[in-house]
Design a protein around this ligand. Structure first.
Ligand code: SF4
Length: 315
């Protein structure tokens, strides 16, 4: 008598395909160089998958040159500043403050983010070691910044940001508080402890994600940063995102959400759905400091994170 064959259950093909596509996208974002050894047709298919069909441009070299000397990547979209433009940095909005006291030493053309929704980040992503080198050099530039007269005089240390340089997720806060100002690290006070718990609830460690703020210097008495101070610091967070190009950006609170999305809408209006910053998906939720003052809002914040986790195939 023929025995009944056991049924082996596994993910359905559509799920497997979606997960494979997600992995391929993540590998591309973190700068993994894919070296196909199969036949030419397969190699072409892989190259197309990774959007490098015609040429694989080398990652930009770290140079201590002025922005106007940096060449944009070959595949840069039309809105990237020309290398002959002066400087090759995003033009500040009309309400921008007085000119910066020192131009940052960007080794690449910074994309304008005034019409950033859904546009891909320019050029090929950098490999992890190149990202670390660029971010470290960049942090030194920020440490010497005096664009904001009040903030640069009040600060003890600038707080650039820290974490995985090839992150799936960047948590984007408002600005340093007292503990952060003293330590030079983001989110290390009570709000930071809550953020760490939120990250762990997502089954990540702090080291798996990148954490940074909108302004890099502590506003006195923990006041909100002024619009002019946010605009002064915009180039810095823009450049960080351009290097990191995460799949998800979680804006923590009103200041970071309004700065990144260039909107006046409230957190209540912005949360519960994805927005775009280039091709990163942006989620808006409550700042951990707000959650400490209003514990009832933690449920809503967890719902926001679950939205991201489901989208990322992590739950
Ligand atoms: S907040 Fe940003 S722009 Fe202002 S002084 Fe600090 S680093 Fe410079």
């Amino acid at each position: 008598m023929e025995q009944e064959k056991p049924t082996i259950e596994g993910p359905d093909p559509a799920t497997t395909l979606a997960q494979a596509a997600g992995l391929a996208e993540h590998l591309q974002r973190i700068g993994v160089q894919w070296l196909p050894t199969a036949d030419a047709q397969s190699a072409q298919a892989l190259a197309t998958q990774f959007h490098v069909a015609d040429e694989v441009a080398p990652p930009p070299q770290v140079e201590n040159t002025a922005p106007s000397q940096a060449s944009p990547p070959a595949s840069a979209p039309a809105d990237v500043a020309s290398p002959t433009a002066t400087p090759a940095i995003a033009t500040p909005p009309a309400a921008a403050p007085s000119p910066p006291t020192a131009a940052p030493a960007f080794a690449f053309a910074l994309q304008s983010d005034t019409a950033a929704a859904s546009e891909p980040y320019a050029g090929p992503p950098l490999a992890a070691d190149a990202r670390a080198v660029q971010l470290a050099a960049f942090a030194e530039t920020v440490a010497a910044c005096t664009r904001c007269e009040i903030l640069s005089k009040c600060r003890t240390k600038t707080v650039f940001g820290e974490g995985n340089v090839t992150p799936r997720i960047v948590f984007f806060g408002e600005g340093p508080g007292r503990e952060e100002d003293l330590s030079g690290r983001p989110f290390v006070g009570k709000a930071g402890q809550l953020l760490t718990k939120m990250i762990q609830a997502c089954k990540f460690a702090r080291e798996d994600v990148y954490i940074m703020n909108t302004v890099k210097c502590r506003p006195p008495n923990n006041r909100n940063p002024e619009p002019t101070e946010i605009e002064n610091c915009r180039e810095y967070f823009q450049a960080q995102f351009q290097i990191l190009r995460p799949e998800y950006i979680v804006c923590l609170g009103l200041v970071s959400a309004q700065a990144l999305l260039q909107t006046k809408l409230s957190v209540g209006r912005l949360r519960g759905k994805f927005h775009s910053y280039f091709d990163s998906k942006v989620l808006v939720t409550y700042h951990p400091s707000y959650l400490l003052r209003n514990p009832a809002a933690k449920k809503a914040a967890w719902e926001d994170l679950q939205l991201m986790l489901r989208d990322a195939g992590l739950m």
